[in-house]
Write a new protein. Structure first.
Length: 401
């Protein structure tokens, strides 16, 4: 019996590597002789560096950087990845010598770095992410992956570009400052001097495919999640529209309708405009980096999941990528998650052979967060006993909900 375990992180409780290990342990409790492969997954958001590092044997390079607010500093970093496995055909670029790097935006400019009271996308900035890109470039990275999920920002990537020498000026030729609330003042974009403009090829791993502007754009969809009220949302929308106009006039690039341009508060658009980046679905890139397709060869089951499995999970997240791969490989798919609005009986309509919930009924997230790992292992034991067969002398799950 071969089972591939490819879970995303359980936000607020478990990293993907810990979640995968818990499920692996639960399955082995029931089938100790099973071949269980733990392959942590991510979609371009938080945990992407962990997933890729676990698969490639790279190393984390710690760096101090500007935090989501301009006057803060955070302990961040980037992943240095060995050349043979770090950059694959999805990049659209030729292979290069030397290590590449994965910069996870959430480590410097992430929403989780701010308490709820300080979340204000008029003020938050991507400047620290630009510092990490610069650090990876200085260290000799031949290619850079930029995972942009989980951001606290709606500045169109102008903060990151500012950290790398770009200037965003008002009508008087003065810098407009940092944060999404400054974009309405933008009159002119000045590229950096030639000696500061050399970046390695850069690919952005997007966890969403929203456009920059409009009802499905960065401000209106993601602004409220980052602390924006209705008035802020309109100000951010106007600022991003102004940024798009000036980018087209000064740089000759129309970024409004690019798929993924609205990711990370418009950083998708900014990365294309300022860094000549390519935009890629994050989940596809991570599956390729960890070689999940090869791992599925000869598998009897694949298990995926995340903390909350709902409608959003079906739209470009880890589940959508893993389920597509499982379908093409003809491998049954199980989802083990913390909670879900979907009833287990609805699983077949979603292309799922089995849906198992780890959270006990009637208990809140705050009540169970410290038990998350044990609850996930228990859910895995229930799945294994039900779907894989108990071959371990009758050992059953001790914990039923």
């Amino acid at each position: 019996m071969k089972v591939v375990v490819a879970l995303d992180s359980f936000k607020g409780s478990l990293r993907a590597s810990v979640a995968c290990s818990a499920v692996k342990r639960g399955i082995l409790d029931v089938l100790p002789e099973a071949d269980v492969r733990a392959m942590p997954m991510a979609d371009g958001g938080e945990g992407t560096a962990d997933a890729v590092l676990a698969a490639t044997g790279g190393r984390w390079i710690p760096c101090d950087a500007t935090g989501p607010l301009p006057d803060t500093r955070v302990k961040a970093g980037y992943a240095s990845l060995p050349a043979p496995v770090a950059w694959r055909e999805w990049s659209g670029a030729a292979a290069a010598d030397g290590p590449s790097a994965l910069v996870e935006m959430a480590s410097a400019s992430g929403l989780e770095l701010l308490p709820a009271a300080d979340r204000n996308p008029l003020r938050t900035t991507t400047f620290g992410t630009g510092e990490l890109i610069g650090a990876a470039t200085t260290a000799g990275a031949s290619r850079i992956w930029l995972a942009i999920g989980g951001s606290a920002t709606v500045d169109g990537g102008t903060g990151a570009a500012s950290a790398l020498g770009w200037e965003f000026l008002d009508k008087r030729g003065e810098p407009i400052g940092l944060g999404g609330g400054t974009l309405a003042k933008l009159d002119h974009i000045a590229p950096p001097p030639a000696h500061r403009s050399k970046l390695p090829p850069l690919a952005v791993l997007c966890d969403v495919d929203n456009p920059l502007l409009g009802p499905q754009g960065a401000a209106r969809v993601f602004g409220p999640q980052k602390g924006a009220d209705a008035g802020m949302v309109e100000a951010l929308e106007a600022g991003l529209a102004r940024l798009a106009d000036v980018i087209e006039r000064d740089l000759g690039r129309d970024v409004r309708e690019l798929r993924g341009a609205g990711a990370a508060g418009g950083f998708g658009a900014g990365a294309v405009a300022f860094f000549a980046a390519v935009l890629r679905p994050g989940v596809q890139a991570v599956m390729e980096a960890i070689d999940l397709e090869r791992a599925l060869q000869g598998a009897d089951w694949i298990v995926t999941g995340e903390g909350r499995f709902d409608e959003q999970s079906l739209q470009g997240k880890v589940f959508s990528g893993v389920s597509g791969l499982a379908r093409r490989a003809g491998v049954p798919l199980a989802v083990i998650c913390g909670s879900s609005p979907f009833a287990p009986a609805a699983a077949p309509a979603l292309g799922i052979a089995e849906l198992e919930l780890a959270s006990p009924w009637g208990r809140s997230f705050d009540e169970i967060v410290d038990e998350a790992e044990a609850l996930l292992a228990a859910a895995a034991r229930r799945f294994a006993a039900k779907c894989l067969g108990d071959r371990s002398s009758g050992k059953a799950d001790e914990q039923e909900f």
